[in-house]
Design a protein around this ligand. Structure first.
Ligand code: UDP
Ligand code: MN
Length: 405
């Protein structure tokens, strides 16, 4: 039996309902790869109460952070550096002193293989940034929670700011010997790989990408900004070319987890915002009807039980009561107001795109899934997808594994 390690944790952050969706997909991907560590979400008061309940359902621990409401040093620091909003929120991960070691992961990362070996590394271990490899990318890093380090980081941020306005600039200045002191603190690129690597050095991606551990949807366009066709079970490839096929595979993997495991959970907790979908896709005439039908089916007729889905995927504690701990601080941020929940499309159903998607699929290096039978498709549309069988996450994962091998 695999023993659970209680004093080490993966930690992520979401300051609004939009990023929460990424956090949930990340959490599910860690569970799928059978992590033995705890999984923790930091969230801020802007996150809706229903979404919090969904987080509590999937994560081992959820921690509210709210700089603005606290009278502590973070609050004071923020008053003098209001532009460092999300950055200050992220460094609250050092306050999780109930854990001896943690791995922070951005909410836009996706785990593709077990990464528990990261806990053998020391603070601060991270992978090089693809844009400036002498800096580390702060989307995935190993650290040791410590209130002393937290206060030093706050002080440093207040006095020096951040050269890029975000957490990455701050952390690179603070841990300034990362690039020279200890090569063991350089995580291999496969622990934080982004699309930039595919586009800038494809032969290396082909050579080394087969042992990929974490894919990072770095940059302004996140998986949730794409539209998903629930019939073909693929991202709608607007403004994408065949050369984007590898990246599309990763987008599809993210969306497959979202549609299969997270969307039913959000519907159950009434955190799936159907208004948001209507707003985003007014042209998809029958979309809202279909989504509502799915919601009604799930909520009233034949409930989908996320617990069952999770249990089949090796969730070590899916039936245990989860603990919620309310800790310190956070604040609102510029990015939050830029990215209101209405920014996010839900799974979409758009029959006119079906042939286009099928044609694009022919260009993919990934093996194409056989077209679903009418009967299966109808079941999917009615919200009765075969979550424990053909549509199970494990089958989706197999698709990526085939590509990687
Ligand atoms: N984040 C958040 N709300 C925001 C912006 C960022 O919760 O409005 C968190 C989230 O965990 C996110 C991380 O901060 O993954 C870093 O931001 P992002 O991933 O957007 O930056 P990038 O990796 O693209 O530079
Ligand atoms: Mn990121």
């Amino acid at each position: 039996m695999v023993s659970v390690v209680k004093d080490q944790a993966f930690v992520t952050l979401a300051t609004n309902d939009v990023y929460c969706q990424g956090a949930l997909v990340l959490c599910q991907s860690l569970r799928h790869h059978k992590t033995t560590r705890q999984i923790v979400a930091l969230f801020t008061p802007q996150v809706s109460s229903n979404m919090r309940r969904a987080l509590e359902r999937l994560f081992d621990e959820v921690v509210e952070v709210n700089v603005l409401d606290s009278g502590d040093s973070a609050h004071l620091a923020l008053l003098s550096r209001p532009e460092l909003g999300v950055t200050f929120t992220k460094i609250h991960c050092w306050c999780l002193t109930q854990y001896s070691k943690c791995v922070f992961m951005d909410a836009d990362t996706l785990v593709c293989n077990n990464i528990d070996d990261l806990f053998e590394r020391e603070e601060l271990s991270a992978a090089p940034d693809p844009g400036w490899p002498d800096c580390f990318n702060s989307g995935v890093f190993v650290y040791r929670p410590s209130l002393e380090t937290y206060n030093q980081l706050l002080k440093f941020a207040t006095e020096n700011g951040s050269f890029d306005g975000g957490d990455q600039g701050l952390l690179n200045s603070f841990f300034s010997d990362w690039s020279t002191a200890d090569i063991y603190k350089h995580l291999p690129f496969i622990y934080n790989l982004s699309a930039i690597a595919i586009y800038s050095y494809l032969p290396a991606f082909k050579q080394f990408g087969s042992s990929l551990k974490v894919f990072h949807f770095l940059g302004p366009t996140k998986p949730w900004h794409h539209k998903y066709d629930a019939q073909t079970k693929g991202v709608i490839q607007e403004n994408m070319s065949p050369s984007d096929s590898l990246f599309i595979d990763f987008l599809n993997l993210w969306w497959d987890i979202y549609a299969t495991c997270i969307w039913p959970l959000l519907v159950e907790y009434k955190a799936a915002d159907t208004k948001m979908i209507e707003y985003q896709m007014p042209e998809a005439g029958d979309l809202q009807v279909k989504m509502r039908r799915q919601e009604e089916t799930v909520a009233h007729e034949k409930p989908i039980k996320p617990a069952e889905i999770l249990e089949t995927q090796g969730h070590p504690q899916s039936t245990e009561k989860r603990e919620k701990i309310t800790a310190g601080p956070s604040m609102s941020s510029k990015r939050e107001t830029e990215m209101m929940p209405s920014d996010t499309p839900g799974p979409s159903i758009s029959p006119p795109h079906q042939e286009d998607v099928a044609a694009s699929f022919a260009d993919l290096s990934l093996e194409v899934e056989p077209t679903q039978s009418e009967k299966e498709r109808r079941r999917w549309e009615e919200g009765n997808a075969d979550y424990l069988g053909k549509d199970a996450f494990v089958n989706i994962q197999r698709k990526l594994d085939r590509f990687l091998k």
